[in-house]
Design a protein around this ligand. Sequence first.
Ligand code: ZN
Length: 206
Amino acid sequence: MIAAPEALVRLREGNRRFAADVRSRETWPSRARRIELAAGQAPFAVILGCSDSRVPVEIVFDQGLGDLFVIRVAGNIVAPSQIGSVEFAAEQFGTRLVVVLGHSKCGAIQATLEQLQRPMENQSRNLRSIVDFVRPSVESLLATDLRHDLDRLIHEAVRANIRASARQLRHGSRIMEHLIQNDGLMIVGAEYSLETGEVDFFDGLA
Ligand SMILES: [Zn+2]
């Protein structure tokens, strides 16, 4: 089992390599590694990321087969199935670091802000369920001066949504609360920049 602080170092180092266009040879998928992993996995971090095609988690952290337990959903929202997935990894594999990974210019956040400003009647019910998860954390920003500055509004909304998802995971179930209090589970929030390729860990660090 790899402790959360050490897992965080690995992610930071991997992202630094990615952002600098340097890839580690160790993370390249190989037949030998695939066969080794068929016997069992021990991912060192759980990542709840967005489905956006520009934020492929293993690539932006320069990690290989078996390294990360990844959950991806538009807007990196936390619904019961996401909490269940994190619990599964933490209990089955002893993974002790969980990262909520949002990103700049997230389409799910922009769609939510648009929906709040100009509600559309005929939006799909399924799509609306994603907007409904994002809405509570970004709604209050529209009451501030940020509403006059779209870029800053989106930036702050992305971060508010990441913080909210991390908070929901921390208090998502008794199992999660127990693992945090007694077993070293750490849940942090981070934002990936589409422009620089860098991940900024900004929430939940001691
Ligand atoms: Zn997104």
